[in-house]
Design a binder for this molecule. Structure first.
Ligand code: AMP
Length: 117
């Protein structure tokens, strides 16, 4: 994808603080962290978002999920607790159209994200 920021990071054209990579997955620190630990886990291939993952992407989704858990451990948040978030669409605040998992941790976090009462 020519105009995709995260594809540019995958290709090495845009710098990023990479914490993990393998043949399918790349993970790097969020440039505007929302928690003491904030890592983005993305597929190397362009998938626009969570709704766009297809049946053929099932194994890739599993790899992303396992990488997120592994990164939470290596970042020291495994035991204390961490959160894995996928923002999908405008209401959720998705701002980059390349599938990404946020790994957040390092401090207690509030829940729920929207006040129901
Ligand atoms: P979302 O809002 O769920 O689409 O998440 C996109 C995330 O990408 C935001 O948390 C941004 O802070 C982050 N981001 C944007 N540009 C960069 C960049 N060049 N390097 C690292 N993270 C970025």
């Amino acid at each position: 994808m020519n105009d995709c920021l995260f594809c540019s990071i995958v290709q090495g054209h845009t710098p990023a603080d990479i914490v993990y990579q393998d043949e399918d997955v790349l993970a790097f620190r969020d440039i505007h962290p929302k928690a003491p630990v904030h890592v983005l886990v993305i597929p190397r291939k362009h998938v626009r978002g969570y709704r766009d993952a297809e049946e053929k992407d099932e194994a890739l989704l599993g790899r992303l999920a396992r990488a997120a858990a592994s990164i939470a451990e290596s970042e020291g948040t495994g035991a204390g607790g961490f959160r894995v978030v996928v923002n999908s669409g405008a209401d959720a605040g998705q701002s980059v159209d390349h599938l990404h998992l946020h790994v957040l941790g390092g401090a207690p976090m509030g829940w729920p994200p929207w006040p129901s009462g």
